[in-house]
Design a protein around this ligand. Structure first.
Ligand code: FES
Length: 101
């Protein structure tokens, strides 16, 4: 695993999520009550960009067909069987966010 710097913690306020392209991967990073989570940004149903969806508690809701994914586990909730999201570890060092890939 390699740690990549993403941004400063202050650049991703509580209740916000954002798309980052790190090492060629589209990653969604969210700040949930001061805890940061990272998952793949591409929905496993029809490849929508989850960064355009809705952050609800500790889940992201897909903008296209409303699949819901838990940001901690990547677990999918949907009417059809779809894959869970890949999750990535986050590290906070000196008020900077790093992701492990
Ligand atoms: S593309 Fe995300 S639920 Fe269909």
């Amino acid at each position: 695993m390699i740690k990549f710097k993403v941004c400063k913690t202050s650049e991703l306020p509580v209740g916000e999520m954002k798309l980052f392209v790190i090492d060629g991967k589209d990653l969604l990073i969210a700040n949930v009550s001061g805890s940061f989570y990272c998952v793949q940004n591409t929905c496993t149903h029809r490849e929508a960009s989850l960064s355009e969806g809705i952050l609800l508690d500790c889940s992201v809701i897909c903008p296209l067909h409303a699949a819901q994914f838990d940001l901690k586990s990547g677990k999918a909730s949907f009417g059809l069987p779809i894959l869970d999201l890949k999750t990535y570890p986050i590290f906070i060092e000196n008020e900077n966010i790093f992701v492990g890939i």
